[in-house]
Design a protein around this ligand. Structure first.
Ligand SMILES: Cc1cc2nc3c(=O)[nH]c(=O)nc-3n(C[C@H](O)[C@H](O)[C@H](O)COP(=O)(O)O)c2cc1C
Length: 390
């Protein structure tokens, strides 16, 4: 039915005269009885209402027959050279013309963002749909060539397909409808459920099928309780990605507001990243929101000039602290720190907290979307090297 609506809308936009539209109406109604006539009539009526009658081309009854022949997959009897619906001017009317017509007539979503997801029971799909709504992105659903049945994902059964696949890192389930190209996209949100702590193997099939070396990839997932960590690491190790941003795990109950709150923190464009820093720790990219302090502004200015790498030493079971290459303006106040806080200490040292402490500091910023536990795990026990950039 889509084909008819498109075609009829298309022909109307090409400028059926009212006589031509009426002819189309009656002919399609009479002849194309296999499809819903009332729907066809409605589509024709709506096409007629929207028709651009100022077009110089007047459609003849033969034009209508030509279109009808195409719809009924009959060979064309007329030479179509010069007809406006012979879009590629080859004298025929066929699917190529229809594709070109579609491209010309339908609004093109020239989004540079693509939301791609695999979802077997709908939880990840829900999050993906929220994201698509927020970003106005294009979307693509990864479907398995051999669909996963309920028995395939019955993880209580050791021998179910999903469990067997997850137990073998080399398995690459075939994708049913591979997207032709991702070249036109800069930013790709990649969604999946967590299966045994990791991304489903079909996500690996997808990743290995395209070139992500100049893309920003943002993983997101849903799970019963597991975090996104291992899957993010797997993705990073599997293929070369231009810029992999910290991903996010959602519970099945996550709301649109939860997704928006996360999306708003992502450093995806300059407007949003004005108050954002990037922090790289042991190969993991984190973002931080700058505080509203003179020192934070000075830090941003310094980092705009060039990134800086700082060694931070473990201290007290709650922080990593190290010397900055420069002093910043101190406006110390007594603060109870939270995990993720980045503080200026004594004017020339930076402290990142993975636990709480009370002292006098100047706030530089706060690391986004990470718990104290996750931060402590990422930092490990000893000294660390972090790179800050703007
Ligand atoms: C084979 C299999 C393995 C799973 N493993 C985990 C797991 O390790 N940790 C977890 O929290 N949830 C696990 N789950 C639950 C799913 O991650 C969760 O239900 C998810 O939201 C499903 O997403 P979907 O509806 O998009 O398919 C597993 C589910 C399946 C089917």
């Amino acid at each position: 039915m889509k084909l008819f609506s498109l075609l009829l809308t298309g022909t109307a936009l090409f400028g059926f005269t009212s006589c031509g539209t009426a002819a189309a109406n009656s002919m399609f109604s009479n002849e194309v009885s296999a499809v819903s006539l009332s729907e066809t009539n409605r589509a024709v009526a709506s096409a007629a209402e929207n028709a651009d009658l100022s077009s110089p081309y007047s459609y003849t009854l033969q034009d209508i027959r030509n279109l009808q022949d195409f719809l009924l997959t009959k060979p064309a009897v007329d030479d179509l050279t010069g007809k406006p619906y012979d879009m590629n001017s080859d004298g025929n009317w066929n699917a190529v013309d229809l594709t070109l017509m579609k491209r010309e007539l339908l609004p093109v979503n020239d989004s540079d963002t693509l939301v791609i997801y695999f979802s077997r029971t709908g939880n990840t799909e829900k999050i993906a749909q929220y994201l698509i709504g927020l970003t106005d992105a294009d979307s693509y659903v990864i479907e398995a060539a051999v669909p996963y049945t309920d028995a395939d994902i019955k993880y209580q059964d050791d021998n179910c397909r999903a469990n067997k696949e997850q137990n073998d890192k080399t398995v690459r389930p075939e994708i049913a409808n591979p997207i032709a190209s991702i070249d036109s996209y800069d930013t790709i949100f990649l969604g999946y459920p967590i299966w045994w702590g990791q991304e489903p193997r079909i996500i690996d099939t997808f990743l290995e099928s395209y070139d992500f070396s100049d893309k920003t990839v943002i993983p997101f997932c849903t799970s019963g309780s597991s975090g996104i960590g291992t899957s993010e690491k797997n993705i990073k190790e599997l293929v070369l990605i231009g810029n992999q941003l910290a991903g996010r795990r959602f519970p099945a109950s996550a709301t649109k507001d939860d997704v928006k709150a996360w999306y708003d923190t992502l450093p995806l464009n300059n407007e949003k990243s004005d108050n954002k820093l990037k922090i790289s720790v042991n190969g993991t990219e984190l973002t931080a929101t700058l505080a509203d302090s003179t020192a934070a502004k000075e830090l941003a200015e310094k980092l705009k000039a060039e990134p800086v790498t700082v060694t931070l030493n473990e201290y007290g079971g709650f922080e990593k602290v190290g010397k900055l290459p420069w002093s910043l303006t101190k406006t110390d106040e007594s603060i109870v720190t939270e995990a993720g806080d980045i503080m200026l200490y004594q004017g020339n040292q930076m402290t990142i907290f993975y636990n709480s402490n009370s002292w006098s500091y100047t706030k530089l910023g706060h690391i986004d979307n990470i718990t104290g536990e996750e931060l402590a795990k990422l930092f490990g026990e000893g000294n660390i090297t972090v790179t800050l950039s703007y």
